[in-house]
Design a protein around this ligand. Structure first.
Ligand code: FE2
Ligand code: FE2
Length: 151
């Protein structure tokens, strides 16, 4: 997929990760080993996505708006901490061959759905509007994604 839009790229990554998560849920009770592998892939992918946001994407927004400790990215950072806690809790149970993770999954899904919606509807479009193309390309370059290149 070729894009130089932050919104398109990051939304696409949400969708890609969601598909891996759904695969985890689909095989959780029938193929625990595959479920654990899927969850590990989902967790690693989402943690990388969060690092991209917190270390590369959000600082550009924060320096341009002067909003760091209060404002949308501060809320997103707090939600990331909750999301990472759910990822950790589920991974720990799966490592002990415990698939009774429905409550943690429900919490994760609710937090993530709300979080992704706010990023996709509000924050990413605002960042696209704010950053000139050269700066957007700089974001992708620092993520290790070639500008507008196929992934
Ligand atoms: Fe996020
Ligand atoms: Fe995101």
């Amino acid at each position: 997929m070729k894009t130089d839009s932050i919104a398109v790229y990051f939304q696409d990554d949400h969708t890609r990760l969601e598909a891996i998560y759904h695969e985890f849920q689909a095989v959780k009770h029938t193929d625990p080993a595959r479920a654990a592998a899927c969850f590990a892939e989902f967790k690693a992918g989402l943690e990388r996505h969060i690092v991209w946001e917190e270390e590369i994407l959000f600082p550009g927004f924060e320096s341009r708006t002067g909003m760091r400790d209060a404002g949308p990215t501060a809320v997103m950072r707090m939600e990331h901490a909750r999301i990472k806690q759910f990822l950790h809790d589920i991974a720990q149970k799966l490592a002990q061959h415990d698939v009774a993770t429905d409550a943690e999954e429900a919490g994760l899904q609710q937090t993530l759905a709300d979080h992704n919606w706010k990023e996709e509807q509000i924050l990413y479009p605002a960042i696209d509007d704010m950053l000139p193309p050269a700066d957007r390309h700089g974001v992708f370059a620092r993520m290790g994604v070639a500008t507008g290149a196929a992934r």
